[in-house]
Design a protein around this ligand. Structure first.
Ligand SMILES: Cc1cc2nc3c(=O)[nH]c(=O)nc-3n(C[C@H](O)[C@H](O)[C@H](O)COP(=O)(O)OP(=O)(O)OC[C@H]3O[C@@H](n4cnc5c(N)ncnc54)[C@H](O)[C@@H]3O)c2cc1C
Ligand SMILES: *[C@@H]1O[C@H](CO)[C@@H](O)[C@H](O)[C@H]1NC(C)=O
Ligand SMILES: *[C@@H]1O[C@H](CO)[C@@H](O)[C@H](O)[C@H]1NC(C)=O
Length: 526
């Protein structure tokens, strides 16, 4: 068969989209009722309006719009505020997933960290719900969306490579694509994303699993400095030496401590790599690939080798694609032989630039759909766990097919047991480094909002079935292991994500954000 990988792999996505018009695309654009309000309205005017509104049972959005006007008046002229109806409003508040898209009262686009501080002071003063959006790839409702003030970091796009210190400082509004592209001519890269799209900000603040994690650890392990706008509006550089508690907290605990405007990461050498995507369809090949993935998970020792095994539901069958990666022009014999010798329907592995490999990874085919992730921490993908993954793909795919399922994948993400040894200071995620767990990923994509509860329940039942399988394989410790917050479904308890770090994180929180300004934004709250 000579189908292009993406066409084959995502064939049924197109079918599903054609048959269920995604309601996500018909979001109504609400007009700003009061965007002609005097931008110089005083604080007491806004407070008075808030009181009157709630007494009248009026729409809170009118109050939020007044806060928007206050923000506009307080910021420098370079920064901007947009209202519904403006194409820029729509663009700056858009998300990868419909589940995390909401219409806010306004979009604020600050162009300096000082202006971000002014915004935080005002939303804190008026207790206005707000959102912070970096790359907009959160899927959980409310994590980077709000009915209140939507803060877009779109303008934070600077990138400065420092060859002498082997570091790069970059703005929180970038995606990994832009960072990799800027670094490529210098022969360096960073421990960043594996797929086109996700922003540097949410990704890094949650932990960060990269194709280079086996060599250098998580993205948080590469961070040397954050530029942070604290909830009180103050702009600070946070390093291990300047504030070890806050540095620890920012390395994995998301948006609990303020808004990060810049990251400084260590760079790592980057030459040509070897890799690509191979897709398997027939049952004998799938059985062989499950075994090969299991073998890679339990026996690989070369930190330059990495892979992902994605099992998708395809017309009543499982279909597996592996992404193979070697951080050098040619992998040593042995590592990927089983993947290469098993009959596939499509393969495009070869020597190429890191950037071209990265750009080829499929990521955007469910753009605008209702998308949820969930995760189960897994230390080892045994053959039985891999068979369970295939079984669950078919069982749940069949069950959800009539419920507007667009796409379902279960992703085995094997990493070396040594990935947590690369850090030089403690981090919020993961809460223990005594043993490494990989972030097995459950991904469900559907089109009908009326089915949200069905898909939530399926996520939970798939993860329960995975835990049952792990327990029967002697891996009951997965039940208490750190869950990866960047994949965890929004209803997950924060204790499963931050565990024994929850108390130290609360201590930092009370110091940095005593009035819980960041609690006005969604996300996992410590
Ligand atoms: C297609 C795809 C591929 C992915 N691949 C990987 C992968 O390879 N490895 C991996 O580890 N994860 C991966 N993820 C998960 C990814 O790490 C998360 O979705 C991450 O939260 C995305 O960050 P963002 O900035 O795009 O999202 P956003 O939705 O903008 O933000 C996510 C969260 O971070 C907060 N936030 C954003 N910017 C800031 C800021 N500047 N200051 C404070 N808080 C902020 C938001 O308020 C929100 O709570 C992937 C996700 C998708 C959809
Ligand atoms: C994903 O698709 C949307 C809609 O077509 C597009 O606006 C966006 O730029 C795409 N993102 C990537 C990373 O290709
Ligand atoms: C997978 O399903 C097959 C067929 O129903 C069954 O025989 C097998 O035990 C299942 N394996 C696992 C690990 O669930």
């Amino acid at each position: 068969m000579a189908l292009p990988t993406r066409t084959l792999f995502f064939f049924f996505v197109a079918l599903a989209v054609a048959s269920h018009l995604p309601s996500a695309f018909s979001l109504t654009t609400r007009q700003a009722e009061t965007n002609s309000l005097d931008a110089s309205a005083s604080a007491s005017d806004v407070t008075a309006a808030a009181t009157t509104d709630s007494q009248r049972g009026g729409s809170p959005s009118a109050t939020y719009v007044q806060v928007c006007a206050q923000i506009k008046a307080s910021m420098s002229s370079a920064s901007a505020v947009y209202y519904p109806g403006d194409p820029v409003f729509k663009w700056l508040s858009s998300h990868w997933a419909a589940t995390s898209t909401q219409t806010s009262a306004c979009v604020v686009e600050p162009r300096s960290a000082v202006d971000v501080g002014k915004i935080l002071q005002l939303v804190g003063r008026y207790r206005t719900p707000f959102a912070v959006e970096g790359g907009g790839h959160a899927t959980n409702p409310g994590f980077s969306s709000t009915p209140g003030v939507h803060i877009s970091l779109n303008s934070f796009k600077s990138i400065t490579y420092n060859a002498a210190s082997q570091t790069v400082e970059f703005g929180a509004g970038l995606s990994w694509n832009e960072v990799y592209t800027a670094l490529e001519p210098h022969g360096v890269s960073v421990v960043g994303g594996r797929a086109l799209g996700p922003g540097v900000a949410g990704f890094t603040l949650g932990g960060g699993y990269s194709f280079k994690t086996n060599q250098y650890g998580l993205t948080v392990d590469s961070v040397v400095k954050f530029e942070l706008v604290k909830p009180n509006g103050q702009v600070v550089g946070v390093t291990q030496n300047s504030d070890s508690g806050l540095f620890f907290a920012l390395k994995g605990a998301g948006n609990n401590f303020g808004i990060v405007t810049k990251f400084t990461l260590k760079t790592v050498p980057q030459g040509p790599i070897w890799g690509g995507i191979v897709t398997y369809m027939d049952p004998t090949s799938l059985a062989a690939i499950n075994l090969a993935t299991s073998k890679f998970s339990t026996q690989s020792t070369d930190p330059k080798a990495a892979m992902l095994s994605t099992t998708a539901y395809y017309q009543g069958m499982p279909l597996t694609s592996v992404q193979l990666f070697y951080d050098g022009p040619n992998p040593p014999a042995g590592i990927f032989d089983d993947f290469l010798s098993t009959p596939s329907v499509q393969s495009d592995v070869g020597t190429r630039s890191y950037l071209s490999f990265y750009k080829q990874s499929p990521s955007n085919d469910t753009y605008g759909m209702r998308n949820y992730f969930h995760t189960v921490p897994i230390a080892k993908y045994t053959p039985k766990i891999m068979r369970l993954i295939s079984n669950l793909t078919v069982a749940y795919g069949n069950e959800l097919a009539s419920k507007s399922l667009v796409f379902m994948t279960l992703v085995a993400e094997p990493f070396l047991p040594t990935i947590l040894t690369h850090s030089t200071s403690p981090s919020a995620y993961p809460f223990t480094r005594a043993k490494a767990y990989t972030p097995f990923q459950i991904f469900l994509s559907w089109s009908d909002p009326a089915q949200d509860a069905v898909f939530e329940s399926a996520l939970k039942r798939i993860s329960d079935a995975m835990y049952a399988g792990l327990v029967s394989e002697g891996q009951a410790d997965s039940l208490l292991a750190p869950m990866y917050g960047n994949y965890a479904w929004g209803g997950t308890s924060v204790a499963r994500i931050y565990g024994t770090n929850l108390v130290p994180l609360k201590v930092v929180k009370l110091r940095v954000d005593p009035t819980d300004v960041m609690g006005l934004a969604g996300g996992f709250k410590v």
